[in-house]
Write a protein that binds this ligand. Sequence first.
Ligand code: FAD
Ligand code: DLZ
Ligand code: SF4
Length: 507
Amino acid sequence: MTVLRFVLGDQLDRALSSLTDLEPDADVVLMVEVADEATYVPHHPKKIALILAAMRHFVAGLEADGVAVDYVRLDDRDNTGSFTGELARAVKRHGPDRVVVTEPGEWRVEQDMKAWETALGVAVEIRADDRFLCSRDAFSAWAEGRKTFRMEHFYREMRKRTGILMDGRAPAGGEWNFDKENRKSLPKGLRAPGFEGYAPDAVTEEVLALVADRFADNFGDLDGFRFPVTREQALDLLDRFVEHGLARFGDYQDAMAVGEPFLFHSLISPALNIGLLRPREVIERVEAAYRDGAAPLNAAEGFIRQILGWREYVRGIYWHAMPDYADTNAFSADRPLPGFYWSGETDMRCLAEVIGQTRREAYAHHIQRLMVTGCFALLIGADPVEVNDWYLAVYADAFEWVQLPNTHGMVLHADGGMLGSKPYAASGKYIDRMSDYCRHCRFDVTETEGENACPFNALYWRFLHRHGDRLRDNRRMAMIYRTWDRFDAERRDAILERAETFLETLS
Ligand code: FAD
Ligand code: DLZ
Ligand code: SF4
């Protein structure tokens, strides 16, 4: 009985559900590098390199343990370029009794997967992806009958269900959430640990040459590739974070600074999302650091909330709401994404800084994605499809199950509030409070009118003005509408004019 076990590029986990009952003497593991996956958006070259290099290292590990692996390379002559085409060829080669897979991370791939059994004439068993702490069914059960979904409710439920950061039935430290302690701006002179990374070995070098040859025109620098590509390296990265970054993670989680792309963030998302780390082990490691006194509770809780809360929540929303979710557009936003998202050429220092860092590193931390590139796209009314494609392409950790709810829901509020209670619209004041970007910018963050005024300011008021019908009744926005209403008509007109004049410069 041969079982063909098809493992995708973001499933690089030896404990994966499709591998749990692997019989090394009888089964074959199939992995394929295919053009479809490398081109469905113009991925950052570092992202393609990460996935292919990690796949090749994963396969080397399986082979070293005596597992039969069928590995198709991107440049193999007969490569059909698609998962379906490569599975069909492999079924012909091996004549398996059945194919076993773990459910994928993207809706479009799942549609293909569901058609394989009929198309290929072989039994296909699709198993749940148990790397997550909340299964798709468990999320649906939680969501059932709720009018609105809120992360905080889901998160508390997950804390109770898993016992993570719980002292009996109560949350550790007596509170569920320490976010109010986690909004400090960076004091002068405080140095972040930096990211040394992992030097490419011969396997990775070969991938880098392939990517340089084929994807040189994509947005993003391939030079300086140093992501972890093996489980050992990913575990080392986690150790380093716990030792050097975690204690300050909470305090400076929302901070941003010129020339400081990483601050006290963990940088584990690329490794986590492709299976080199398991979310549960990351959480347990961080909880242990707190219990041992190596990290304060605001840091440990803040970090664990991102993984046990946000990460699981957005995945639940994705599968619960797809495929209609991607087609929503609550604000009827339709402006093309400005060209500088791809070139980085803009006088707005905050955007130039985040886009430049994204080009170099295929990385930006949460607040940069949310409150700089994201908030700007929201305020100008950028087309959600273009915004989503940009985020899916440019970050090494981007897979649709996690990218789409964050971008479409959290940032653009295009889902009309399914994921979050209000849009994260903000003026330049927020960026000024949380960073030193404005001090290095040609625009004046304290001004709203006139051509030197920070564009975020007038755009913010314009956004509120345009979408009053949707947002005025939101209790969390009532105060800001009262401020707008207090402005006299002349001031309101001047602000709206500044916004329109600025928007004309984008086209
Ligand atoms: P840390 O700040 O160290 O956080 C630890 C971990 O928490 C992360 O590794 C990640 O696994 C998890 N996490 C934190 N916030 C979120 C969140 N909102 N949703 C899900 N997981 C979270 N994350 C992705 O993994 N892939 C994406 O494609 C992605 N796109 C995003 C797009 C936008 C517009 C926004 C606002 C956020 C997006 N995020 C995405 C969430 C977050 O920005 C990244 O997970 C984080 O920046 C990764 O860096 P880190 O590992 O240093 O995170
Ligand atoms: C993102 C990506 C890329 C660039 N290349 C491959 C590949 O060649 N082979 C593969 O198995 N997976 C790749 N991936 C990851 C897939 O896009 C991902 O597994 C699906 O989107 C499902 O989440
Ligand atoms: Fe960005 Fe405005 Fe600050 Fe310039 S002044 S960095 S545009 S927020």
